[in-house]
Design a protein around this ligand. Structure first.
Ligand code: ATP
Ligand code: MG
Length: 358
């Protein structure tokens, strides 16, 4: 009997709906082509429209409804008329944190046919995976406000890091670095200025490194890291950083690789106690919603990450090959890449490339 993967599809807001629809079409064709497995997509209409009707971004038993799925395929959250902290905390973080998806994994490469704004860099010289701590740190939600609106108002956001939380993300990054050809890891902190948690982070990195003697690693301060990413991208491979630092570095990385519209991300629960979640990095982009020009490449790439996670590396490779065949052709670039192609045209071209691949 053919294996069936059950996937919770949460397209959510804006272009999230358009790119997830494209991703599902492509995944179904891929499954049909390989013949080895198929997908069952269960659709959940959570997001900002749901919030406007029900006052919450997802139902109280929402996580219960998706906890037994093999993976979550997520679009984007955010709407112009709902505050960002409600959409973000109410849906995305409301899944990531309780589901212990503590490793946020963001591959970055310059795909064929796509030009980096770094003129001195060609494709093979920029091939990174950024591992972002996804469960605590600056986004732990710890803090508060007193005397709101008064001149003596005080507000804090505490960056909370635990030894176990730091150990597990650094260990994950070392393992990932070990699995890549160059076995190279850069550990990013700001331990010169942040004297407590960041110093602990450095110490734990040195301890974990002892378990990975075959991985070459170094430490960078996050400010210097932004320069190195631009000036010497070829010296980097796997990168690990805190929730906030990696959030910023990965937007920079996405821009250096050509467009936010191609950048994917996986929220991984490495122990598989709950499903992992796969999404494009970009947001809901209401400026282009409904125009049919959203770039679906980020979503196709994160679908590859999902296939890897499901244990289907051959299918993942096949899909990535198809995507690269399409990006190589500038007439199939969407406007974010300087082209004129539509989501429909790119999706059809990827489907044709999958069907034509032997
Ligand atoms: P958020 O508030 O969640 O960050 P956003 O609506 O600000 O979401 P972003 O994803 O941050 O949108 O993207 C910024 C801009 O980049 C968008 O307004 C859009 O013009 C462009 N963009 C983002 N993703 C895509 C895409 N997949 N295809 C084409 N353009 C995109
Ligand atoms: Mg934005």
């Amino acid at each position: 009997m053919t294996k069936t993967y059950t996937i919770a599809a949460i397209p959510a807001d804006g272009i999230g709906v358009e790119v997830i629809a494209a991703g599902i079409e492509v995944l179904d064709v891929l499954a049909e082509k390989t013949g080895a497995f198929r997908f069952r997509f269960d659709h959940f209409d959570w997001g900002s429209d749901y919030y406007k009707k029900h006052g919450v971004m997802m139902p109280a038993d929402g996580r219960e409804q998706i906890k037994d799925h093999d993976a979550i395929f997520f679009g984007a959250v955010g709407a112009p008329d709902v505050p960002d902290h409600i959409t973000l905390w109410g849906l995305r973080l409301n899944i990531c944190q309780p589901f212990d998806q503590y490793a946020n994994v963001r591959p970055t490469r310059i795909l064929p046919g796509i030009t980096s704004p770094l003129r001195h860099v060609s494709g093979p010289e920029l091939d990174w995976v950024i591992v972002r701590e996804n469960s605590e740190g600056e986004y732990a939600g710890v803090g508060g406000r007193v005397h709101q609106g008064h001149p003596n108002e005080v507000a804090t956001d505490v960056s909370m890091m635990t030894r176990s939380g730091v150990d597990r993300i650094i260990r994950y990054a070392f393992k990932l670095a070990q699995s890549r050809p160059r076995k190279l890891l850069t550990v990013v902190t700001k331990s010169n200025a942040q004297r407590h948690a960041m110093v602990m982070w450095d110490q734990i990195a040195a301890e974990v490194a002892a378990d990975f003697p075959d991985v070459t690693w170094d430490k960078m301060l996050v400010d210097a890291m932004t320069m190195r990413m631009v000036m010497k991208p070829e010296t980097l491979d796997t990168i690990v950083a805190t929730n906030l630092h990696a959030d910023i570095l990965s937007d920079l990385a996405a821009a250096l690789a050509g467009s936010l519209g191609i950048a994917p991300t996986a929220n991984i629960n490495p122990e598989r106690t709950f499903p992992s979640m796969f999404e494009p990095i970009h947001g809901s982009a209401f400026d282009i919603t409904g125009k049919g020009i959203a770039n679906p490449v980020a979503t196709f790439w994160t679908a590859c990450q999902m296939l890897e996670h499901l244990g289907e590396p051959d299918a993942a490779g096949r899909l990535m090959r198809a995507v690269e065949r399409v990006t190589a052709d500038p007439s199939l670039h969407t406007p974010d890449l300087g082209g004129k192609a539509t989501t429909r045209q790119v999706t059809d071209a990827v489907i044709a490339a999958i069907r034509g691949d032997n």
